[in-house]
Write a protein of this length. Structure first.
Length: 326
């Protein structure tokens, strides 16, 4: 008998507008749950959340909005800084956004009094992804449709530029390999740059195009995943520059790929947002078929919880959370 893996979201949270992007804070900041950021057409919301899977005193989900930042333009990407602290007497929140006006904004807040941001200009095309350096958060890397990856300091000065052969779709900075930067291009090449010499030292090839999203596995530095065309693809960098595993999974083309942060065999993919729904698939490398299938109303954005096998997708006026037992 075939096991039905279709699931409704375990938890939903209502939002005021369409959610374009959502990101759990991937850095540890205390015992009071997790921070989450989500962005819409003209705002960014910072919230805290706890789940019954991590705290038995919570019934389902405990979600509290901490601050809403006016953004003015559509939010296309959000990245958390490792400097963020929420368990201190004085909260210290730092994150950055990429916006529809091709600018980066770095936000800083202590919540009650100090709320400020700095605008960084330099990209001439839409910014598809950005990330803080993983230890001190002193630098930001961004990739754009303008065929560049750029690195900035917190004052907005450009300190490095890598010229790409096609639009940059994803960028990743691994906490265990902080002197390398992963950059994924739309034409299917994923390069690793040495940040000391500013030279490419390794490249992977997806063969299939367009490559829309790639991620560097937190729990296994030799493992990279991506979606290209309708397929997901997995590389073991120590074995080959070509994918060791791939599978067609999204008839409507795949859009995002994200590794779980607590299991190096677990990952999620989404399809391109359709007229009504976008499909979320959760996969395990030990299973031939997806272990969970979800659907989000016009879904966009995808992020995993730092310690739980739980991921979130944004949708029309909703955040939707799925939990898997794997």
């Amino acid at each position: 008998m075939k096991h039905d893996v279709s699931r409704n979201a375990a938890y939903t949270v209502d939002c005021e507008d369409y959610v374009h992007v959502v990101e759990f804070n991937p850095f540890e900041f205390g015992v009071a749950g997790s921070l989450i950021a989500y962005g819409g057409n003209s705002y960014v919301v910072i919230a805290s959340c706890r789940f019954q899977e991590e705290d038995s005193t919570v019934e389902g989900i405990e979600f509290k909005t901490l601050k809403t930042f006016h953004h003015g333009v559509r939010v296309d990407a959000i990245a958390w800084s490792p400097e963020t602290r929420f368990d201190a007497l004085t909260p210290h929140l730092r994150f950055c956004t990429a916006a529809g006006d091709k600018k980066i904004r770095i936000f800083f807040s202590d919540l009650p009094d100090k709320n400020e941001y700095k605008v960084i200009e330099g990209h001439s095309g839409y910014i598809n992804d950005l990330v803080f350096s993983p230890h001190e958060g002193k630098d930001i890397a961004s990739v754009s449709d303008d065929h560049t990856c750029r690195i900035w300091d917190l004052e907005g000065n450009q300190i490095a530029i890598f010229v790409l052969r096609s639009p940059g779709m994803s960028v990743a900075w691994h906490p265990e390999d902080a002197f390398k930067l992963m950059v994924a291009e739309k034409t299917g090449t994923i390069r690793f740059y040495d940040l000391t010499t500013h030279q490419a030292i390794l490249s992977l090839d997806s063969v299939q195009v367009p490559l829309m999203s790639a991620d560097w596995c937190l729990r296994n530095t030799s493992r990279v995943g991506a979606v290209a065309g309708n397929d997901w693809l997995i590389w073991e960098m120590t074995r080959s520059s070509y994918p060791q595993d791939n599978k067609p999974v999204h008839a409507d083309r795949a859009r995002l790929f994200r590794w779980s942060k607590c299991n190096d065999n677990l990952f999620a993919t989404t399809g391109c947002p359709g007229k009504v729904n976008s499909q979320l698939l959760i996969h395990h490398l030990g299973h031939p078929q997806p272990i969970l299938i979800g659907s989000a109303p016009v879904g966009s954005g995808l992020s995993w919880h730092r310690t739980l096998p739980l991921c979130v997708v944004g949708g029309y006026r909703k955040l939707l959370f799925w939990v898997t037992e794997m």
